[in-house]
Ligand binder design. Sequence first.
Ligand code: AMP
Ligand code: GLY
Length: 413
Amino acid sequence: MRVLVIGGGGREHALCWALRRSLRVSDVVCAPGNAGIAAIAECVPVEQTSIFDMLRVVHAVAPSVVVVGPEVPLAAGIVDALQGEGVRVFGPTQAAARLEGSKSFSKAFMQRHGIATARYKACASLEEVDAALPGFNLPVVVKADGLAAGKGVVIAETHAGAASAARELMDLGGTLVLEEFLVGEELSFFALCDGKNAVAIAAAQDHKRLLEGDLGPNTGGMGAYSTDALLPDGLHEQLLRDVAQKTVDGMRDEGVPFQGILFCGMMLTADGPKVLEFNTRWGDPEMQAILLRMETDVMDLIDASIDGTAAELKIAMKPGASACVIAASAGYPAGAEKGGFLHGLDAALPAATVIFHSGTALQGDDVVTGGGRVLGVASVAASLPEALQAAYAALGNIHFEGMQFRRDIGHRA
Ligand code: AMP
Ligand code: GLY
């Protein structure tokens, strides 16, 4: 079987890596891919914001199935376009992807269906923001409505700070969401959905802040780990039943069946788990860690989601732990220095350790930095300390100008 993956980050490198291990997959093509993906799959250029260009690539590649990695092509409606042409495709339709693409939609949806989340107010103008702000305690969370690549959330310590954040975020989307600040541990919970049923895959913990000790600006994620211990005592059943399945049921009832990955960004508060946000795709870097633990053929997940057979699927994970540590460019997340040479990529790796490329490019035969997040070094082992030790040992051999990474991934475990 020939599979086309759309995307070009660490998540897509991990997906291509997992697809290459599937006994049913003969060929993996990735559009656009990156320098690391090019070592294991054929890479073809594509414009991920253009349905027209993605269709051009799909017709040229003629895959048996298309797997969409990032949120941007999902929100643009690539799944609808491909379904319209009878192409098998993994991921939610444009209307279903609004669970991620519009915070005001997803908050109202959660309210309609009794899914626990932070109290909120959607505001269509700055006047509405000013009128609503006194009703929120401090700190207050201000969110842009639309996709913002991790830059659409401000936690404001004063009402004046919230008002000025609202002014800036308004430019991103037009609508804003004001939200009560939640306190607790964050958890990323992943479910496979087929329109009717949700099946738990695993949980992971991301490290969103740039600096050690969870300080500094928010990023797309500087590292993640996954263990079964993240889902103790019934939490697994609770998140599956009260969040993921309720969401799938609600979307179906509203005539917008949800297929693909439902990524539930949770806060485990003293009042129980509450949804911070939904994403409608695999997380990056969470998925690099989770795919290393997954024993089930990733093609089984993709087929079950498309064919509506998720309820029959058992997803098996290795019992130990996995971790992924991101190495980022100087200037990330505000900007990114590109074009620096990567050294040490061919050093021997510890057992069960993989280097996934997030933002790299080929310059002749050399691999150079091509984005903010450059690499994710992931490892799976019997315990989290062993997985982290292997990932950091592998990272120790790698160097590029301005390389930055957190040395404390997994510190909350
Ligand atoms: P989001 O993109 O909605 O996941 O927000 C990005 C990050 O902002 C989350 O991972 C949290 O760390 C933080 N955050 C978002 N909403 C809240 C909230 N209501 N309370 C506390 N922290 C939040
Ligand atoms: N790591 C968070 C995300 O993929 O959105």
